[in-house]
Design a binder for this molecule. Structure first.
Ligand SMILES: CC(C)=CCC/C(C)=C/CC/C(C)=C/CC/C(C)=C/[C@@H]1[C@@H](COP(=O)(O)OP(=O)(O)O)[C@]1(C)CC/C=C(\C)CC/C=C(\C)CCC=C(C)C
Ligand SMILES: [Mn+2]
Length: 392
């Protein structure tokens, strides 16, 4: 427990908190709260949601602790046990062929929607790779409910049905092939259901909300739709057996990568989002910069806008920096796709700068050459062994 407290009280999160303007009182409340929730064996997330006085960061961190606790026990077991996770599943199931076909279909979806990421998964062990595909497909399907071609027919009731279906998946009662793959994955790896439920919650939020008053509200949204992905993926990708880092610190880095990606996504898509009547940028920060909703809808690149964007980009980069510290702690075969995703997504921020902050009418993207160059760069970083973040 002392490692957790040490990390929470003087580790990198504190820097992020203070740089993001989390008040001293809030930080202290957060530390006290972390101590209580950790000592009592980590209470349920639902009770955290019920307490409105805590910041989003505090509330989200409870899910991090819960997922980390689930994994911590497994890390204590021998390497031999870890090796078993990577053994082929054939023979484990009477319907092994069906299951293999289900995973193959997940791989096809992944290859279709996210080519670079699919390529990145090729270095992973076959068992882990297909589990990541299954998680990817569930996330993609969830996102498509509110972002895809049938989004206009989506209702809160339909999301409730999707959530019910999710609980069936975790109970081993899949509805279709993709669900069957996920059901198998969550039965093999210590993946908690909460991040999955929270992603659905993010879709609910997105349906009913088009403005975010402050960064605290935006942080919660980013956790729901992207931080959750980090928490879902790490139990499958695995932490390096030689890593000395605390489980919580690795999960915190995973959370940070999700937040960084989503913040970047928001900064890239400002123009696109206004055409859907949405502004994801924190309203109080816009006002401080002397900008109104009308300015965003008008879409003029002014000095006020440039200055505002500089601050937003700086914050997104801080979350990427935070995430970097955790990647080397992952199992060696899982590092490459994560580095690749980090390096590629972070370059979108460079591209926004190169576009002179015109994210109203110019879409920031990473060109093919830069994308290709990022892959060996990611590979090089993946060779680095754990950095000994914080001792367990
Ligand atoms: C190796 C790796 C990257 C694994 C993650 C695989 C996985 C399960 C991805 C699911 C992604 C997904 C479909 C999420 C649904 C919600 C969503 C669309 C979020 C946005 C992604 C970007 O997608 P895109 O640019 O296509 O956006 P549009 O839909 O077009 O608007 C997000 C911005 C979030 C993606 C978040 C991650 C990939 C989190 C990555 C974090 C980890 C894998 C943890 C790494 C571990 C450490 C210790 C750092
Ligand atoms: Mn989307």
């Amino acid at each position: 427990m002392s490692c957790v407290l040490l990390w929470v009280s003087c580790g990198p999160k504190e820097n992020v908190n203070s740089l993001l303007g989390l008040s001293w009182r809030a930080q202290r409340r957060f530390r006290l709260w972390s101590r209580i929730s950790f000592a009592s064996g980590v209470s349920a997330f639902s009770s955290a949601i019920a307490e409105p006085s805590r910041s989003s960061e505090e509330r989200v961190y409870e899910v991090v602790l819960k997922q980390a606790a689930l994994v911590r026990e497994q890390r204590k077991e021998t390497d031999e046990r870890a090796l078993n996770l990577d053994k082929p599943v054939e023979g484990d199931f009477t319907n092994g062929d069906v299951l293999n076909a289900a995973y193959d279909r997940c791989g096809e979806v992944c290859a279709e929607y996210a080519k670079t990421f699919y390529l990145g998964t090729q270095l992973m062990t076959p068992e882990r790779r297909r589990a990541i595909w299954a998680i990817y497909v569930w996330c993609r399907r969830t996102d498509e409910l509110v972002d895809g071609p049938n989004a206009s027919h989506m209702t809160p009731k339909a999301l409730d049905r999707w959530e019910k279906r999710l609980t069936h998946v975790f109970e081993g009662r899949p509805y279709d092939m993709y669900d069957a793959a996920l059901s198998d994955t969550v039965s093999k790896y210590p993946v908690d259901i909460q991040p999955f439920k929270d992603m659905i919650e993010g879709m609910r939020l997105d349906m009913g909300k088009s403005r975010y008053n402050n960064f605290d509200e935006l942080y919660l949204y980013c956790y729901y739709v992207a931080g959750t992905v980090g928490l879902m993926s790490v139990p499958v990708m695995g932490i390096a057996p030689e890593s000395q880092a605390s489980t919580e610190s690795v999960y915190n880095a995973a959370l940070a990568l999700g937040i960084a990606n989503q913040l970047t996504n928001i900064l890239r898509d400002v123009g696109e989002d206004t055409r859907r009547g949405r502004i994801y940028l924190p309203q109080d920060e816009l006002a401080q910069a002397g900008l109104s909703d009308d300015d965003i809808f008008r879409g003029q690149v002014t000095d006020k806008w440039r200055n505002f964007m500089k601050g937003q980009i700086k914050r997104a980069r801080m979350f990427f920096d935070e995430a970097e510290k955790g990647v080397s702690e992952l199992s060696s075969a899982s590092r490459w796709p994560v580095w690749a995703s980090l390096l590629l997504y972070r370059q979108i921020l460079d591209s926004i700068e190169a576009n002179d902050y015109n994210n109203f009418t110019k879409r920031a993207y990473v060109g093919k050459v830069k994308k290709l160059l990022s892959l060996p760069a990611a590979y090089g970083r993946a060779l680095l062994s754990p950095q000994n973040m914080v001792k367990r």
